[in-house]
Design a protein around this ligand. Sequence first.
Ligand SMILES: *Cc1c(COP(=O)(O)O)cnc(C)c1O
Length: 708
Amino acid sequence: MAIKTMPEKLKRLPELANNLWWSWNPDARATWRMLDYPLWRTTVHNPVKMLHEIDDETLKARAADPAFVRHLNKVMMEYDHMMGNSDSWFVSNHADLVDKKIAYFSFEFGMHVSLPIYSGGLGILSGDHIKEAGDIGLPFTGVGFMYPQGYFRQKIPSHGWQESHYEHLDMEKSPIELVRDENGNELIISVEIGDQTVCARVWHVNVGRANLYLMDTDVEQNAPWNRELSARLYGGDVETRIRQEIMLGIGGVRLLRALDIAPEIWHMNEGHSAFLVLELVREIVAKTGCSFHEAALQVRPKAIFTTHTPVPAGHDAFSFNLMDKYFGQYWPQLGLDRTGFMNLGAHEESWGEAFNMTVLALKMSGAANGVSQLHAEVSRNMWQSVWPEKKEKDVPIIGVTNGIHVPTWTALPLEELLNKHLGPDWMERHDDQAMWERINDIPDEELWKIHMELRTKLFEEIRSRTRKRWSAGHRDATQVLTTGAFLSTRALTIGFARRFATYKRATLIFRDPDRLKRILMNPHAPVQIIFAGKAHPADDPGKHLIQTIYNIAKSHDWGGRIAFVEDYDMHMGRYLKQGSDIWLNNPRRPREASGTSGMKAALNGVPNLSILDGWWVEGYNGANGWAIGEGIDLDDPEAQDAADAESIYRLLEEEIVPLYYDRDRDGVPRGWVNLMKESIRSNAAKFSMRRMVKEYTEQLYIPAMKAE
Ligand SMILES: *Cc1c(COP(=O)(O)O)cnc(C)c1O
């Protein structure tokens, strides 16, 4: 079934639906709500699906409605202006470099809930990066995978042990288009993986001005097990993983060649794509017959690598046996023998020496970075062995602190309030710190009112999800309770949502249950906590943490003040980070490389209560939220947990709860609203994706573009 035939006056709607730009432009977003609000809700904000399912009567009615047509025309003018790209930051400042294309490789891209090809932080960072790169006019092309089954959907039965379900994505009703060759056939690229040739078709996604290409191995030419290769994100064993990484790195280069895109810069977002440097070397060796080292001298200055985690298990390493199996045919083409090849990635893992993707990426790129200043410092220590001749402080891994795409993560009502007080063009200048100083001009009452509105939206969303599943017979009463039926619309609400990895210590706040109960159940100043997050399907300790919280949520003596919201994704994430009162983050230092959910909360006036780890080391200024502990690391993890929990309780009892409930006669908590303003003022520009992408451009991309 194709999309409906559009009336003449609405003929550009499909074009708008097929560029994810609509999702971060408020006027464009409004178009879909105006077109058919119930359908907008039932399709979970998927305009392509809407255009398949909308009825002809509605289309006719909108085409006959001058207000709608006027609105659409205005949106399309904005769209054409955006696509024109004549006055963007990069074009205005670096006109001589606009032909130097940047290819950005990532395993996952989180751009919108209608395209579920992300699992969490890394994917959303890639999604935000590609959006912003287009916004500021960089010649930017993303490369990744189309996962027909995406990442899993989470369900929690009443026993609390997470279940994962995979849903098949309806490609027709997604914002993607199949890439065809000049004869109109599916464009197919192929890569030799071990002793087989694996083919992939290619999907194209319009991300504002930027382009994203996604490989999909579910094609007839492939053997059944190869068709499944890109079925799911992080669903397989280590052998699936190496095959996926060969496809991403080597297949990705071939894909760009097939499309006749000639990147100047190759950016590897995490080590997953690092095989791409080998393919670039192979091309040069094949063409010129030069040695590996001569070819590497050409490849290295153009390759950039970003590492994302200080947790050793987060860095892929493959046994030499596996490397023999998959690269035995390949290394002779690089002009290397086995030893020379293995040396490119050789690294001592906890289980023995292996081929480490981060080592390969570091050795073969001209510049590398970590994702916060602390993370860069930790990475210099972690990877010093790659530069045995250098002192730790001279290891060339710089810090470029993560950011978030402000148009994507600003709540709409807040955006409108800022239009009024910072000026209607504030969004165009959102990385200008001076502009944010004017936030203090906003009357307290107005900001508080918006916050109350966002809180209400959060509770309504939670209830409506639960109600839907209850009505469909998928819930028992316990599950209704645990997903938040007893949440109070008045109580101070703590939000905690992230992947359930053990180092994030989701259960830390329950360390002294009696003390926490006293805080939550205070009749004059009640507090409640909303949890959300998925554990990796293979991470049983992570699932245990979920179960522990789930059991607390359903036990009578916690009085319904703890909720666990299922299936955390970008959609639920927006509600949580915009509608909570404070955002809690208590990882074990220094494992949180950056963290970005706290930035999203801070931007929306939700202050952080966080360990001084990752971005918060740079974000916390003493007046814009709270620091748990003092940034001192104890050797004994037990003692560390005790100290950090004590700090959380003390802050809640002595500072947070009293400040929140200190209301004037209008019911406005003046001190709290001041804190909200300070949270926005001090964090919005500094942790914007715009600041981040400009930093990548100036510190990494431009020097690489100019390098010989
Ligand atoms: C922002 C975001 C993340 C990343 O948050 P962290 O703070 O890095 O854990 C993960 N999942 C979703 C849905 C997000 O929106």
